[in-house]
Design a protein around this ligand. Structure first.
Ligand code: GLU
Length: 306
């Protein structure tokens, strides 16, 4: 089997100890499988991106010896691919225009007796779903994906969309996407492409066979699997890596004080990331020696969950 892995950072800041863990794991997994490793800069959410962070991330990766096998890609240059995918979903009835504001969604959830919020995002109650009455004269704002077994299913009368999937580290997973997320956004009211659509289109277009990324993204996976099925795309295998926690017990991020990865001691940075992944200390004199030992160590560690 030919293996293609990737690291897909959002350039909202430089790499830090937490993002290096995901980068290292995806690189090690690709190397241990004799595969290729790609880097994709996920800059679809332009307003959140920090100018220059993309090149800083690439410099940091190079400094720790993690070099992509192909020139990196930038999502901001791939809009036509996302447009094409959305058009296919609209034509098939899987996607639909939505005219709801956040306030409309809160009211709709109140009316249906559901008030679930997920990371501050409200589970969409399906107000503008075509089988529910559609836009009803509202102006279209965003585009959403029907999260149901069939595009014509009504929100509360059809069986929920249950996605079962296997994570190579976390084991069997299940999510009721209808109840927990609801029809999610593919293109935002401001015209920007949603992460879910961009990541699914890109992983398929780049031939990615294995997604290795941080565990904070695990609960996005069922949405992405549903989207792959709606678009008729193959599903990659998934492995979600342990997170580095900040002083407040939450995932380490720029917001809770993560420092940019220091480049003065690449081996120490790699060794710390390896420890989070459950790898032992590797005694090596230089970067290539350390990376080679880590690839062998990763192969042993993951042999049981191939
Ligand atoms: N761009 C996402 C992030 O930096 C990662 C997406 C992915 O690996 O699927 O959190």
């Amino acid at each position: 089997m030919s293996y293609v892995g990737r690291f897909a950072p959002s350039p909202t800041g430089p790499l830090h100890a937490g993002s290096l863990v995901a980068a290292l794991a995806s690189w090690l997994d690709a190397r241990a499988h004799g595969g290729r490793w790609l880097v994709r800069i996920e800059d679809v959410d332009g307003p959140r991106c920090v100018p220059g962070a993309d090149h800083e991330i690439l410099r940091q990766l190079a400094a720790v010896g993690l070099l992509p096998d192909e020139p990196p890609q930038w999502q901001s240059r791939r809009g036509p691919l996302y447009r094409n995918a959305l058009d296919r979903l609209l034509a098939a009835g899987w996607a639909y225009p939505c005219g709801c504001t956040r306030r409309d969604i809160e009211l709709g959830l109140g009316a249906s007796g559901r008030q679930r919020s997920r990371h501050g995002e409200l589970a969409y109650p399906g107000t503008c779903r075509p089988s529910h009455g559609g836009l009803r004269g509202k102006a279209p704002r965003s585009a959403r994906l029907v999260c149901a077994m069939h595009p014509a299913d009504r929100m509360d009368e059809a069986p929920p969309l249950l996605i079962d999937w296997l994570d190579r580290r976390l084991g069997r997973q299940r999510q009721d996407v209808t109840a927990e997320v609801g029809d999610f956004v593919l293109q935002r009211a401001d015209g920007l492409w949603a992460y879910q659509l961009a990541v699914v289109v890109d992983d398929a277009e780049q031939g990615v066979t294995d997604v290795v990324r941080g565990e904070d993204l695990a609960d996005n996976t069922p949405r992405q699997i549903h989207l792959q099925r709606c678009l008729g795309l193959p599903a990659p295998r998934y492995l979600h890596t342990p997170l580095v926690l900040g002083p407040n017990g939450e995932k380490l991020s720029k917001q809770n004080g993560a420092q940019a990865l220091a480049l003065d001691d690449p081996l120490a940075a790699l060794q710390a990331a390896a420890q989070v992944l459950g790898l032992p200390q590797f005694a090596a004199a230089d970067l290539p020696g350390w990376l080679a030992a880590a690839v062998a160590g990763w192969g042993r560690l993951t042999a049981a969950c191939a």
